[in-house]
Design a protein around this ligand. Structure first.
Ligand code: P6P
Length: 299
């Protein structure tokens, strides 16, 4: 695999083409994922590599996306939150997918998402290897947000899989109004609890926490504010996965002019050996994420 420093012009064009193809495949698969949900609201037999119970819908979405993305000539590895190890699908870019982020929201019919991170390096990759990222949001409508080449774009996806741009050069608003944090207050460290109380005391801020990171991050991208899933007493590394959730969401939010952190550094600078390693995640407007880092620095 050529490293990004020594890509030939042809390889650079090839990667750009492959990224476009990845986004196209994910957008066109979205209606099929959505249509496959109603009959799959039940638990599957297994657990995912993070020890979380799987829904039949998780397995369905993963198999569909592995097949479609694995067929692209420019994709070399496919990895998923639902699989222990990457799948070798040829040579080229590496793709990490959370096929159905927030699948526990399926039963209450709340939002869910598909997260995609594209790396020009073998897996596990680092934040420096991210060349593109995207998420699909299965909400009232189906949308896709992508980040590549320094810009964030939002698309609306129609039932037939056709899609069109609905917002270009997406930037976090500078009049933020939403916040949401995962976990349970008794499990937060005291300094984080104090920070959250400070955010809550701002009359312009409203609680928006829906149990699917993509739904909550999309609120932050739309209205401005902050989303976080902190360390917990029983989860010192946090809950969210670096390769499948932390890097792509941080790439999108930072490309949209926001900031990300694991509590002390940009999520893009986090380096963990294990493919399924976890990290605390904080993303949003600069002031809020800086506030988290200042609060946690007092610990
Ligand atoms: P909790 C979904 O399972 C997920 O990985 C994220 O999408 C979401 O932000 C978080 O976990 C929800 O966790 O503990 O609130 O159920």
């Amino acid at each position: 695999m050529a490293t990004k420093e020594n890509l030939t012009p042809a390889e650079t064009v090839s990667n750009a083409t492959t990224i476009s193809q990845i986004f196209d495949v994910v957008a066109r698969a979205a209606p099929e994922v959505r249509a496959g949900l109603p009959g799959r609201r039940v638990a599957a037999e297994g657990e995912n590599p993070s020890g979380e119970s799987q829904m039949a819908a998780d397995v369905f979405a993963d198999e569909l996306l592995c097949d479609r993305l694995g067929d692209l000539s420019g994709v070399g590895e496919y990895a998923s939150e639902e699989r222990e190890h990457p799948v070798d699908v040829g040579t080229g870019l590496s793709v990490c997918v959370d096929p159905l982020d927030g699948s526990s929201n399926l039963k209450p019919n709340n939002t869910m998402g598909t997260i995609v991170a594209v790396y020009d390096a073998p897996l596990p990759a680092t934040g420096a290897d991210v060349v593109a990222s995207a998420y699909v949001l299965y909400g009232a409508t189906t949308t896709m947000v992508t980040a590549r080449d320094g810009t964030v774009t939002e698309y609306v996806i129609h039932e037939d899989g056709e899609y069109e741009v609905c917002r270009e050069d997406v930037r976090l608003p500078d009049d933020p109004s939403v916040y949401g944090f995962g976990g349970r207050v008794p499990d937060w460290v005291d300094s984080f609890t104090a920070y959250v109380r400070e955010v809550e005391s701002d009359p312009s801020m409203k609680l928006r926490y829906g149990g699917s990171m993509i739904g909550d991050v999309n609120q932050v991208l739309t209205y401005g504010g902050v989303f976080g899933y902190p360390t917990l007493a029983d989860a010192p590394e946090g809950k969210l996965r670096v390769q499948f959730e932390g890097y792509p969401v941080a790439h999108i939010v930072e490309t949209a002019g926001g900031r990300s952190s694991d509590g002390s550094q940009s999520l893009m600078d986090v380096e963990k050996e294990d493919l399924h390693a976890r990290t605390p995640v904080y993303v949003g407007n600069e002031a809020f994420v800086a506030g988290v880092e200042e609060a946690l620095a007092d610990d």
